[in-house]
Design a protein around this ligand. Structure first.
Ligand code: G
Ligand code: G
Ligand code: NA
Ligand code: MN
Length: 253
C-alpha cells in the first residue's frame, strides 16, 4: 500500500501514540511544562511525524489526527493531575490547517470540558506559516482561543517569514526560538546575537521565551549566558512515553 492509503487506515484504526518532551526552566532546571508529539505506530514500527505530518497536512488528514492528539494530550494531562502530579501545561502542536478551519475554538472548548482540564493547563503551539496564510482569520481564531484561557506559543520562531509586526498582531504568551539558532549559537557570533536579540525583544513585549534544540552541554552553557526563561532539547531529555514522563515528574517533587 502506498503511504497515503496506510495513513488513512491509521486514522481509522487510531494507530498513533504521543511521546512527551519536557520543558525546563533555565534558572531552576525544573520541569515546567511538556510538549506532546505524535508518532505513528505502524506495522513496520514507529514512524516519526516528519515522515507523515507533511502528507497529513496536504491531504487534510491532519484534522482528525490533530483532534486525536488534542484529546489524548488533554486526557493524559488530567490523568497525571489525578495521580497527584503537579499541574503543568501540556503543549499541543496545531497545524496551519487546523487553525484555518474556523471551529478550532469550539473543539478546544469541547475537549477541555470533556476531559476536565483547566484551560491554563493547555498550551497551543502555532507556527508563523499558520498565521501567514490568512492573517485576518488567524488573528480572529487566536483571539477566541485566548478568550478560552489557553496559552499560545509561537513555534519555530525565526524560521518563517517572521515579520516582527506579527508579534504585535498575533498576541502569544511564549516565543519558541527555533533550534537552528541554538545549534549554531555556541560557535557562531551572529546566531548568538540573534538569540539574545529575540530574547530581549520577547521580554520587552512581556512574553516568555523558550529555546529549542538544546542538544549539548555547550548549548546549555551558551543559554546560561542569556536571560532565556525555558528550554527543551535532547541534552536533558528526548521525547518519552507518558509513564516515563510521569516518573520524571514524580522524582523531582
Ligand atoms: O519528531 P519530529 O522532529 O519528526 O517532528 C517533526 C515535526 O512534526 C515537528 O515540526 C513537529 O512540530 C511536528 N509534530 C509533531 N507532533 C505533531 C502533532 O501532534 N501535530 C502537528 N500538527 N505537528 C506535529
Ligand atoms: O517543530 P517543532 O518544534 O514542534 O518540532 C519538535 C520536534 O523537534 C520534535 O519531534 C522533537 O523530537 C524534535 N526535537 C526536540 N528537541 C530536539 C533537539 O534537541 N534536537 C533535535 N534535533 N530535535 C529535537
Ligand atoms: Na512544537
Ligand atoms: Mn519548534
Amino acid at each position: 500500500l502506498d503511504l497515503l492509503m496506510r495513513l488513512h487506515q491509521a486514522v481509522e484504526r487510531r494507530e498513533f501514540v504521543l511521546h512527551y518532551e519536557p520543558k525546563y526552566e533555565l534558572a531552576s532546571g525544573r520541569i515546567v511544562g511538556v510538549e506532546a508529539l505524535v508518532r505513528w505506530q505502524s506495522s513496520e514500527g514507529l514512524i516519526p511525524p516528519g515522515r507523515f505530518i507533511p502528507l497529513a497536512e496536504e491531504t487534510g488528514l491532519i484534522v482528525p489526527i490533530g483532534e486525536w492528539v488534542l484529546r489524548t494530550a488533554c486526557a493524559q494531562a488530567r490523568a497525571w493531575q489525578r495521580q497527584g502530579l503537579p499541574a503543568l501545561p501540556v503543549s499541543v502542536n496545531l497545524s496551519p490547517r487546523q487553525l484555518a478551519r474556523g471551529d478550532i475554538a469550539e473543539l478546544v472548548s469541547e475537549v477541555l470540558a470533556e476531559t476536565g482540564l483547566a484551560p491554563e493547563c493547555l498550551e497551543l503551539e502555532i507556527t508563523e506559516s499558520a498565521v501567514m496564510q490568512d492573517g485576518e482569520k488567524a488573528a480572529a481564531m487566536l483571539a477566541r482561543l485566548r478568550e478560552l484561557g489557553v496559552l499560545i506559543s509561537m513555534d519555530d520562531f525565526g524560521t518563517g517569514y517572521s515579520s516582527l509586526s506579527y508579534l504585535q498582531r498575533f498576541r502569544v504568551h511564549c516565543l519558541k526560538i527555533d533550534r537552528s539558532f541554538l545549534l549554531a549559537a555556541p560557535r557562531d557570533p551572529d546566531s548568538a546575537s540573534i538569540v539574545r536579540a529575540v530574547i530581549s525583544l520577547a521580554h520587552s513585549l512581556g512574553l516568555r521565551v523558550l529555546a529549542e534544540g538544546i542538544e549539548t552541554a555547550a548549548h546549555l552553557e551558551f543559554l546560561r549566558s542569556t536571560r532565556c526563561d525555558e528550554f527543551q532539547g535532547y541534552y536533558l531529555c528526548k521525547p518519552v512515553v507518558a509513564s516515563s514522563f510521569a516518573q520524571m515528574l514524580r522524582s523531582q517533587q
